[in-house]
Ligand binder design. Sequence first.
Ligand SMILES: CC(=O)NCC[C@H](N)C(=O)O
Length: 134
Amino acid sequence: MIVRSFKDIEGTDRHIKSKSGTWESKRIVLAKERVGFSVHETILYAGTETQMWYANHIEAVVCTRGEAELTDRETGKTYTITPGTMYLLDGHERHTLKVKEDFHCICVFNPPVTGREDHDENGVYPLLTEPEEV
Ligand SMILES: CC(=O)NCC[C@H](N)C(=O)O
């Protein structure tokens, strides 16, 4: 069993700030835990816009605080995401988050991220894995 708090991982290599400067994320469960998913607490900053495309991952995002406008760039549909609302990228949709108020969310990725990914110019994370233990 693993017990850990988001407070414990602040400032460690589980806590990353994006190159884009639009978000930060604390990864409380990562690929190295070898459970098939990762769990993150992410904050996207008010006034920013982030384009993403998880071509290699499925992501569920549960908003816990703040507000953002989510655009599904496959359909052009927009959604207002506020606390208690979840979006699930079950079709690897290209999407954009335009943040009205600092947007706090819990994200689950399958396959899990290793912690070494950052979005490329298309908003994609590469598919990285942890080396097999010997
Ligand atoms: C909502 C979202 O996908 N934000 C980007 C960061 C991601 N949650 C991560 O922690 O890598």
